[in-house]
Design a protein around this ligand. Structure first.
Ligand SMILES: Cc1cc2nc3c(=O)[nH]c(=O)nc-3n(C[C@H](O)[C@H](O)[C@H](O)COP(=O)(O)OP(=O)(O)OC[C@H]3O[C@@H](n4cnc5c(N)ncnc54)[C@H](O)[C@@H]3O)c2cc1C
Length: 336
């Protein structure tokens, strides 16, 4: 019987597990999660949790208690200009990410997937299955081990603030700064009137993100009590390779994120879905092709846009804001 080991019990690992079982029940699937609990751990809780959804989404709809708010309005601040856009119903959410991961875990277990928590995989040599899925996030466990971890990485830092004067349940706000970075204010748990306020840069320029975020909160006169702080690395665009021998990389380890629209969560789910189908139908060599097909258009735009902005940033930071204005007018909507 074919056996698949999955490193990481979060969005991409669980979507892979579900997809394999949905397409081929006879495959034996084990998910290893290093934390004691699925979902309700520090990595399950990223304060962003904003989600834009495209056509393939319907399969991964969050249950009612797996999201906090449905987003209807986006306000984008580009220098002195402010843009407002309205999202299509059912296409943008602020997830209750921890609960959403549990939703996926319940579905996987119902399909016969075995989930082993409190089990950290240290090396690919710990596993003896036919296929390994590396869904361990960014930087990925196996890419680090094999020194394959070469993709562009951004940085983020975020506060969750409760009892905030900035809570608007259906609205997200994004503020671009010419330095090729951005701030955002997202509504979180309505019961606590929580907002998630964050800063992200597409590259580590060496700034103190904490200081910049605190200055931003002062300038925007954001009130409330900080109850959670997080941050970390963001893989910017596709993180190649997608496959190495019998190992398939999913989620942040391969599909990465697309900062102008967020979509780390969305990409994690879709890449897992694709990897699962390939394994179930014994077509693993198709996986890199499928990932490229899904994301190559945005990857080319992103790589071009990033390079242009890194040059513009040195000439005049306002040019970066102008470039974002063009991208925005081009139709790219921002979720995180
Ligand atoms: C601060 C922050 C905010 C973000 N905000 C947003 C947002 O608003 N919207 C959005 O779309 N995206 C956002 N992202 C990106 C998004 O979180 C990721 O794209 C997404 O989580 C990728 O999912 P994943 O399953 O591939 O990896 P992860 O969610 O990182 O999960 C990896 C899992 O693997 C486990 N693991 C790791 N190593 C091992 C090991 N050796 N053995 C066993 N288990 C292991 C971890 O515990 C974890 O459960 C944000 C990222 C950060 C850092």
């Amino acid at each position: 019987m074919t056996k698949v080991d999955i490193i990481g019990g979060s969005l991409s690992g669980l979507s892979t597990a579900i997809s394999i079982k949905e397409h081929n029940r006879s495959i034996n699937v084990v998910v290893y999660e290093k934390h004691k609990k699925i979902g309700y751990n520090h990595e399950g809780r990223r304060c962003g949790e904003a989600h834009t959804i495209e056509k393939e989404w319907s399969k991964w709809i969050p249950e009612k208690n797996s999201y906090y708010n449905e987003i209807k309005t986006g306000l984008v601040y580009l220098g002195e200009k402010k843009y407002k856009y309205t999202t299509k119903p059912g296409t943008a959410y602020i997830l209750n990410r921890q609960e959403f991961i549990c939703q996926l875990a319940r579905k996987a277990e119902k399909l016969g997937v075995i989930i082993q928590t409190n089990h950290k995989i240290k090396s690919k040599n710990d596993l003896e299955s036919d296929y390994i899925i590396d869904a361990s996030g960014c930087p990925s466990t196996i890419k680090r081990e094999l020194n394959l971890n070469k993709g562009l990485k951004g940085v983020t830092y975020q506060h969750t603030i409760e009892d905030s004067n900035c809570f608007i349940s259906d609205t997200i706000k994004i503020y671009y700064i010419g330095e090729f970075g951005y701030y955002w204010i997202f509504p979180r748990n309505p019961e606590k009137k929580e907002v998630n306020v964050g800063i992200g840069f597409v590259k580590n320029f060496g700034y103190s993100l904490k200081n910049l975020l605190e200055e931003f909160e002062k300038k925007q006169k954001i009130t409330g009590k900080i109850n959670y702080v997080t941050g970390g690395l963001l893989p910017i665009g596709l993180q190649r390779p997608f496959k190495y021998k019998n190992i398939l990389f999913v989620g942040d380890a391969s599909a990465g994120t697309f900062p102008p629209t967020g979509q780390g969560i969305y990409r994690a789910l879709l890449s897992g879905d694709a990897a699962g189908k390939c394994i179930a139908h014994n077509q693993v060599n198709r996986y890199p092709y499928m990932l490229n097909k899904m994301f190559i258009k945005w990857d080319v735009i992103l790589k071009f846009f990033t390079s242009a902005n890194l040059v513009c940033r040195n000439i005049n930071p306002n040019l970066v804001i102008k470039n974002f204005e063009y991208l925005f007018k081009f139709g790219v909507r921002i979720s995180h």
